[in-house]
Design a protein around this ligand. Structure first.
Ligand code: ATP
Length: 598
């Protein structure tokens, strides 16, 4: 999290990040900076000719007055045109320049986040992450505009005007320089030390508002089922209340700082305009020169007045980008080894060679030197109480987590030394609660094999007993399934996931059996499809209903991260006092009770 970082480290992290992106487009950057600097330089000379104009028309000789005035007027118009054209060129070039960086930043963030470990995703709110990316993207737009369109031109005007005035009247130049330094120093100090800490706190709460909204909306089905809408309203209200208090503090600080800046500008007008009037009174400045200094003051006033805002924008955009940049610095978690090779899976034998595994934050390891061998083509059931370590076993096979000790081998190759993409392409998984994309059914089924033909997709759906229900849908294979597949029933989602696994045709299959109570017809269809899918592959089936694992080659009974028993259904069911036997007896008893009740 970024709160512990101070503002300097935020600047140090964000600015190099942005400049790295600038360097990718050197030609465009030169056009942008060149155009905008030239326009600002034209502004510096404008007051000089305004002064000449006043002096010319004050001449007693009408012909000389007209001639002088025309030259000064021509120069003012020419400078105006130069400023207009060069600014146009700069502004036109900044559009593709910034848009390209914004899309690069979003794309790069997405590329990284997708590859962050399962652990990272388990600990992050999707809603907050989305907000960090979009907010960072727009902050980059503001940051580019602030530096290139505002701060650099302001610097050119301030330096140029100070030098030009100082050339005529060194003391007046020094006064302008001093007041500018006071103004900018005060602004920088107040924005960074006074406004930024408050802004950082309100940003953190802003992210929290996004997270709270997303959390409740994603779990809307749960909220509805408990009639907990009012509770969630209240929860959001609480977070919004905190955000409002923080935002009030931040926005008030902006107002106080604005007033302090205004006071310095008033002081500057007194010293600069007062100074040139004294010079005029002493006969050392003509009326035209007074007009020149007064106009210069107003030009400087215009730029300085906005500098406060530019610095706040700089600060705000840096704060808004900080979380995005921090994500770039985060370690991926599970990364491919530098010498990783694609895994080659033929039979699909899996070995847990004395594997120790410890979840972060837990006191004790879940597995302590767990040793398991699954033969190629073997069909193994994992059973055991909830939390006994069945799902973790398959997560380790997929290398969603790294083992703390020992090795996991597939066909003799260490999974930690294989490329993740190759490893996961060899494993098809049907989750307990399959998640579908809000895309067409055809796209969802073809996810495991991009480019599959419609005929292949239909064949997979038939094998998964999904074809018939799909054909009854209004748009058949083109039907959109809703966010996470909410428009389908649990059993239908399972069958789409099975079709996906058929099409993926991987040598290793992981089935996490659905616990949701399906009607018996749906259950039979799924069971039949599962039996078909398992044929000819190494299969690991996490089973909750023991009927599912009866026909498998071997059953591993998990108990608090250990394998308490293993064997076939028949051998385990006979073992007196065994864990499996007690689970089995309990399920038989439940079935008896249910049929008695019917
Ligand atoms: N991401 C995680 N971070 C920390 N602890 C976890 C994480 N996932 C699971 N655990 C813990 O590890 C233990 C084993 O969990 P696992 O999901 O492997 O059990 P399971 O046997 O599959 O349970 P179930 O049958 O309920 O799905 C549990 O105590 C669980 O709380």
């Amino acid at each position: 999290m970024t709160l512990s970082r101070n503002k300097k480290s935020a600047l140090r992290a964000v600015l190099p990040f942005v400049f790295r992106h600038w360097r990718n487009q050197p030609a465009r950057l030169s056009v942008v900076a060149g155009g905008l600097i030239a326009a600002a330089a034209a502004d510096v000379f404008m007051p000089l000719f305004a002064g000449r104009l006043v002096d010319s028309i004050a001449r007693t000789d009408p012909a000389a007055a007209r001639h002088g005035a025309m030259i000064a007027f021509g120069a003012i118009v020419a400078l105006g045109l130069v400023a207009m054209v060069t600014r146009f060129i700069g502004l036109k070039a900044i559009i593709p320049f910034t848009l390209r960086i914004m899309s690069d930043v979003a794309q790069n963030a997405f590329v990284r986040i997708q590859r962050f470990s399962t652990d990272w995703h388990a600990n992050s709110f999707a809603g907050s992450t989305v907000r960090k990316i979009t907010r960072g993207m727009w902050a980059l737009d503001l940051l580019n505009d602030t530096i290139l369109m505002a701060l650099i031109p302001s610097l050119v005007v301030l330096l140029g005007s100070t030098i030009l005035v100082g050339w005529h009247w060194p003391v007046l130049g020094a006064v302008i320089a001093l007041m500018t330094v006071i103004y900018v120093g005060l602004t920088v100090a107040l924005t960074t030390n006074y406004i930024a800490p408050a802004a950082q706190l309100s940003n953190a709460l802003d992210t929290k508002v996004g997270g709270t909204l997303a959390d409740a909306l994603t779990c809307n089905a749960v909220v509805k089922s408990f009639g907990a809408e009012a509770r969630e309203d209240e929860r959001l209200g609480g977070v919004l209340g905190k955000w409002r208090r923080r935002a009030t503090r931040t926005w008030s600080r902006y107002t106080y700082v604005g007033t302090a800046q205004h006071a310095v500008l008033v002081l500057m007008s007194v010293t600069v305009i007062g100074g040139v009037l004294l010079l005029w009174a002493a006969g050392r400045a003509t009326p035209g020169e007074v007009a020149y200094v007064v106009t210069t003051y107003f030009v400087i006033h215009g730029y300085l007045g906005d500098i406060g805002q530019h610095i706040s924008h700089l600060q705000r955009s840096v704060n808004d980008m900080e979380e995005l940049v921090a994500m770039h610095d985060e370690v991926i978690g599970i990364a491919d080894a530098p010498d990783a090779n694609p895994i080659k899976v033929a039979g699909g034998g899996i070995v847990f060679d004395d594997v120790t595994f410890h979840y972060r934050g837990h006191d004790t390891p879940l597995y302590d030197r767990l040793a398991v061998t699954i033969r190629p083509g073997e069909r193994v059931g994992l059973v055991g109480r909830s939390g006994s370590g069945k799902t973790t076993f398959v997560k380790l096979v997929q290398r969603l987590y790294d083992a703390t000790g020992g090795r996991i081998l597939i066909d003799g190759q260490d999974v930690s030394k294989a490329t993740q993409q190759s490893l996961r392409s060899q494993i098809a998984i049907v989750q307990q609660e399959p998640t579908l994309f809000h895309r067409s059914l055809a796209e969802n089924i073809a996810y495991g094999r991009p480019g599959a033909s419609m005929a292949q997709i239909e064949e997979a759906a038939r094998l998964a007993n999904a074809h018939d229900f799909i054909m009854r849908l209004p748009k058949r294979y083109e039907t959109l399934v809703g966010e996470r597949g909410v428009k389908l029933s649990g059993g239908e989602r399972q069958r789409v996931a099975l079709a996906r696994a058929f099409l993926a045709d991987a040598p290793i299959l992981i089935l996490d059996e659905a616990t949701s109570s399906l009607d018996s017809e749906s259950e039979a269809l799924i069971q039949e499809a599962m039996d078909r899918l398992i044929q000819g592959r190494t299969a690991i089936v996490i089973a909750h209903r023991l009927s599912t694992v009866r026909s498998l080659d071997r059953i591993l009974v998990f108990d608090r991260g250990r394998i308490a028993e293993e064997g076939t259904h028949a051998s385990l069911a006979r073992r007196p006092g065994g864990v499996y036997r007690s689970l089995f007896e309990r399920q038989v008893l439940e079935l008896d009770r249910m049929s008695a009740a019917e």
